[in-house]
Unconditional design. Structure first.
Ligand code: HEC
Ligand code: HEC
Ligand code: HEC
Length: 135
């Protein structure tokens, strides 16, 4: 704080709005980091389909974490899950809901396989989720 005040004094008060903006950003940033989409590309590229873009946040606000990370067995680590279409067709993983009952069905390939070919698996648009402790 003292350093910040000294810097403001040196640069002059007309820079105050800039300092406030930087401070405000510091508070907003951790929230923005939770909006990460997860790209799944364990087998897609190799199989010649587009990688899957999974909108994690979209699902997290609708379902409890344990539905997917406990009951459905999705490991809570980007890239840790090797999901096969044959599993989905049997109602596992995404297929528990994407079955034309809870949500639109598996015939809508492009809605899940929407990443550009070669897009690496992992989290995009933010860094790691802060973990289950907060929910
Ligand atoms: C609800 C989402 C969803 C839909 C809809 C979907 N997929 Fe997938 N698919 C996945 C996920 C998740 C994976 C695993 C991705 C990875 O890790 O590379 C996958 C993997 C695959 C793979 C590679 C693994 C394997 O099982 O051979 C192929 C091929 C594939 N999908 C084809 C299709 C086709 C064709 C359709 C449409 C008829 C389709 N998918 C619809 C989610 C979906
Ligand atoms: C609809 C299913 C679903 C729900 C609900 C869900 N997740 Fe996930 N989560 C996934 C999938 C799929 C992945 C990607 C795994 C992979 O890349 O193999 C993932 C990845 C993660 C990761 C690793 C990526 C990262 O952001 O660091 C964490 C941590 C995580 N989830 C935490 C949570 C928490 C906390 C909740 C509840 C607020 C939650 N998840 C709700 C399906 C879900
Ligand atoms: C617990 C149930 C559940 C699971 C598991 C689940 N989804 Fe969904 N998903 C939904 C629902 C509900 C919607 C909203 C459908 C609608 O709007 O009609 C949705 C919507 C989506 C959308 C569209 C988001 C948007 O912006 O409209 C995508 C893409 C998607 N899911 C991919 C996946 C993939 C890939 C997986 C597996 C890794 C998965 N989902 C697993 C329930 C689920």
């Amino acid at each position: 704080m003292r350093l910040a005040l000294a810097t403001i004094r040196r640069l002059g008060w007309r820079f105050l709005p800039f300092f406030l903006a930087v401070l405000a950003l510091g508070f907003i940033w951790p929230v923005a980091a939770e909006y990460g989409d997860v790209v799944l590309n364990h087998s897609s590229d190799r199989a010649g389909v587009r990688p899957v873009i999974f909108p994690h946040w979209f699902h997290r606000i609708r379902f409890r974490c344990k539905v997917c990370h406990h009951e459905l067995g999705f490991e809570m680590r980007a890239g840790a899950n090797d999901v096969k279409m044959s599993d989905l067709a049997q109602g596992k993983f995404c297929g528990m809901c994407h079955n034309n009952e809870v949500a639109w069905g598996l015939e809508n390939c492009g809605l899940c396989h929407s990443g550009k070919q070669g897009l690496a698996g992992g989290i995009y648009g933010g860094h790691r989720t802060l973990g289950p402790g907060r929910w």
